[in-house]
Design a protein around this ligand. Structure first.
Ligand code: SAM
Length: 277
């Protein structure tokens, strides 16, 4: 026996996998509090890394709970498999961008300190599993969280805000300084929670998921509007809405994309669906 265990060697953080590991115990505790794990629950963690969150989550889930974790780095996977009981932590060595979340039992509570280089694509990918998700709590670059939560009229409002807000309630929990990580990242981070909005038609306005008549056309229109965000809508969306259409929709054609509420984007998309200029 050589005495080697995966834990016995130092893991060098890999930049290509966006590895900045949480080391500040009080921040780790606050994140776990925001996730609010209950005994017996099942959680899905993306990028467990060196298990800073995983370890505390497993303790909070108790004997009846478990975690499915998706980790791309095979060295870290070996460490995780070595440290935890397979009944408590099932580690999938996979790219979260390719992993099929439908193979996991719903409803999914998804958490993670996401690799910042692929955080937006992961958010869009998880939207595909919206029906199976009960909530998601993530650490992301602060600037991304500000864009996710930005309301009509705010500078940070963009495609990400609209495409997430028509499906999810978005709550920024708190900011995390670079000093909470090793290695120290160049940017500030924030914790954000996403909860799917109610699908029922009779849910109160604001709590109800919006249903564009054609979701693909809606996504395309929103992308287009923000690609030319400094332009007035009557110019940026001239291929979508006729000059007369704006008054029927009830949106000012001189407004810019960042001025619109999510419901107004849906109204434009639905008008286009029926009227197709
Ligand atoms: N959760 C740990 C923590 O808070 O200290 C690690 C967070 S670190 C910012 C991101 C983690 O995601 C790393 O463990 C990294 O290897 C993993 N990762 C990076 N890209 C990934 C991908 N495409 N799919 C799954 N995991 C990925």
């Amino acid at each position: 026996m050589s005495g080697f265990t995966p834990q016995s060697t130092h893991h060098r953080a890999r930049k290509r996998f966006g590895q900045n590991f949480l080391v500040d115990q009080s921040i780790i505790n606050r994140i776990v509090e925001s996730i609010d794990p209950h005994a017996g629950q099942h959680i899905v963690e993306i990028g467990p890394g060196q298990a800073a969150l995983t370890r505390k989550l497993i303790a909070a889930l108790g004997s009846g709970g478990s975690i499915d974790a998706i980790e791309i780095d095979r060295d870290l996977v070996a460490r995780l498999v070595h440290e935890f009981d397979a009944g408590k932590l099932r580690v999938h060595q996979a790219d979260a961008m390719e992993f099929d979340f439908a193979t996991l039992p719903a409803p999914l509570r998804v958490v993670g300190n996401l690799p910042y280089n692929i955080s937006t694509p992961i958010l869009f990918r998880l939207c595909e599993y919206e029906d199976r998700i009960s909530d998601m709590t993530f650490m992301l670059q602060k600037e991304v969280v500000d864009r996710m939560a930005a309301l009509a009229g705010e500078d940070a409002r963009g495609r990400l805000s609209v495409m997430l807000q028509y499906r999810f309630k978005i709550e920024k929990c708190f900011d995390v300084p670079p000093t909470a990580f090793k290695p120290v990242p160049a940017v500030d981070s924030s914790i954000v929670r996403l909860t799917p909005l109610a699908a029922e038609h009779d849910a109160p306005a604001g709590a109800r998921r919006l249903k564009p008549k054609d979701e693909k056309a809606f996504a395309l229109m929103v992308t287009h509007a923000f690609a030319k965000r400094r332009k007035m809508l009557r110019n940026s969306l001239s291929a979508w809405v006729t000059p007369e259409g704006w008054s029927t929709i009830g949106v000012d054609p001189k407004a810019r994309a960042e001025d619109l509420t999510t419901a107004e984007f849906v109204a434009i998309s639905d008008w286009t669906f029926v009227n197709k200029p």
